[in-house]
Design a protein around this ligand. Structure first.
Ligand code: ADP
Ligand code: MG
Length: 358
């Protein structure tokens, strides 16, 4: 009885802030009855599609409850994330409860995949209809801030940036997912590291629009860390870094490669600057402008997922064999890169960082 009285009190708080429908309240009651939860506290976040609550287990461990809203309007514009996905192949259910349940289950599965790959993300514990129970990312009941809400120096942001690009690559190749809503809003800064959250809309890496989502994700990363004063890799090269099948030479780690690519980009910028006959600032602006222009073309260009989607595969394969593969935006992503084509590498560098990582 005390458990129920407890829930009534505690979930009333939650209810007062954001109305929970009777069915959702019943789910919470049952979780308390089973001893999974002891109390449900206030809202950590109210969003368009879900609210997140803080909760405690009977042993006073902290949990986060993500409770998806069951209004159908909210989920209408999500259909772009599910077209082409196996689980949703029978079409999009018009029953909102069922739809929301599928979203919550999808988030649970995606979180599991992230955790299985060793990525920092909340540990999903269980899902019941529209309620996802997961570990709480915070300290003593205080949720860790979103990356957006931090004030970090370029020196602090740089290692986090490197880590994040490596994580996105891992999500792509190991979890076989694209986050599809990655930004400083869906990354928590927790105990000095970046934690990935909010993966209900993440798609399989072979989803028809996976590359479009990935490109937007990487643009968000590029812009956020660029604004923060980090020397970034640039959108196109980051896209290449994330999608490319194999990256490392003998004794190189992915991190070493990433650092080398960034150095190369900086060096290429400096080199072009030097040719400007003393008008360094203008030249620098021009280099940046060129690249911004290329990136904006890249943002708009169609990236085929596979050979079936290539408009004229024979022409393109020929191009690559002639050594013009560098001009082919998607050459590497569909595996037609000529062996000697190593992307825009300005000049060979002494391998000073060799043997640093595994
Ligand atoms: P939404 O779909 O509303 O964006 P999110 O999954 O991004 O849902 O969660 C919204 C907010 O709730 C996050 O920005 C974060 O502040 C908080 N939050 C989400 N999950 C957790 C968690 N496991 N631990 C702590 N806070 C969380
Ligand atoms: Mg979010």
């Amino acid at each position: 009885p005390s458990a129920h009285a407890n829930l009534k009190d505690k979930s009333d708080r939650a209810t007062n802030e954001q109305v929970l429908d009777p069915r959702t309240r019943l789910i919470l009651f049952k979780m308390i009855g089973r001893g999974l939860l002891d109390e449900v506290n206030g809202c950590v976040s109210t969003g368009k599609e879900a609210n997140v609550y803080h909760a405690l287990t009977p042993t006073k461990d902290h949990l986060a409850l993500k409770i998806y809203k069951t209004s159908i309007l909210v989920f209408k514009d999500r259909s772009k994330y599910v077209t082409g996905e196996y689980r949703f192949r029978r079409g999009y259910s018009r029953n909102p409860r069922k739809m929301v349940r599928l979203w919550a289950e999808k988030e649970m599965r995606n979180l599991r995949r992230l955790r299985a790959a060793g990525i920092d993300a909340p540990e999903p514990l269980e899902v019941r209809e529209n309620v996802l129970v997961m570990s709480f990312v915070g300290n003593e009941g205080w949720a860790s801030p979103r990356l957006k809400d931090t004030e970090l120096t370029p020196e602090q942001l740089t290692p986090l940036y490197l880590q994040l690009v490596l994580t996105v690559r891992k999500i792509f190749h190991v979890c076989k997912l694209v986050h599809a809503d990655l930004s400083e809003y869906n990354i928590l800064y927790h105990n000095g590291a970046l934690w990935i959250i909010d993966v209900s809309q993440s798609v399989e890496h072979d989803h028809p629009a996976a590359f479009d989502f990935l490109r937007t994700d990487l643009q968000n990363v590029e812009e956020f860390f660029g604004r923060g004063g980090v020397s970034t890799l640039g959108l196109r090269r980051t896209f290449e870094f994330v999608t490319r099948e194999s990256l490392c030479g003998e004794g190189e780690s992915e991190e070493t490669v990433l650092e080398r690519w960034i150095e190369e980009r900086e060096a290429a910028g400096d080199e072009k600057e030097g040719t400007g006959e003393g008008v360094d600032v203008v030249a620098k602006g021009r280099v940046k402008g060129d690249e911004a222009h290329e990136d904006s073309i890249f943002m708009k260009s169609f990236i085929p997922r596979n050979l079936n989607e290539v408009y004229d595969p024979e022409r393109d394969v020929e191009k690559v064999t002639r050594g013009e593969g560098k001009n082919l935006i998607y050459a590497d992503t569909i595996g037609v890169v000529a062996p000697e084509d190593d992307g825009p590498t300005p000049k060979p560098k002494p391998a000073k960082k060799e043997g640093k990582g595994v």
